[in-house]
Design a protein around this ligand. Structure first.
Ligand code: ZN
Length: 139
């Protein structure tokens, strides 16, 4: 997994920016070998220094390929806790930090090694997943 759709990346950056000064955390979904969507798990708890995701809330049919979270500190270095997560779940993990733009994120594999990701331009279209809108409606 070394590709991410630009639309998904934009959404992620926007979510991280909106969450600041709290961290943002979500699950990455893949389709045809690239990251296409970000999923916010029910019960996700964000604070200024961490985000707690309940992985048991992950739908089985989610096509989950990894995780994304933001660091409000400005660091793109995975923490010890991050490495534990990377190691136990998924194959690609993004960390985003200030100023939450296309140059302020990195991708890592399950062992915490940096991966080069290719950002794929896609035609602009509304990506509304049935599953997402039904199961994860938030207010
Ligand atoms: Zn982290």
């Amino acid at each position: 997994m070394d590709k991410v759709e630009k639309g998904a990346l934009d959404l992620i950056l926007h979510a991280c920016r909106s969450s600041h000064p709290e961290e943002f955390g979500g699950i990455l979904r893949a389709d045809e070998g690239r990251i296409t969507e970000v999923l916010i798990l029910p019960g996700t708890f964000s604070s200024e220094r961490s985000v707690l995701m309940k992985l048991n809330m992950l739908p089985i049919s989610s096509n989950a390929c990894g995780s994304v979270h933001s660091h409000t500190s400005g660091s793109l270095q995975p923490s010890r806790a991050d490495l534990n997560l990377f190691n136990s779940f998924g194959e690609v993990h993004l960390i985003v930090t200030r100023p939450y733009n296309e140059n302020s994120w990195k991708a890592f594999d399950s062992r915490g090694r940096e991966i080069k990701m290719e950002v794929i331009e896609t035609e602009p279209k509304e990506r509304v997943s049935e599953e997402f809108s039904e199961d994860f409606k938030i207010q």
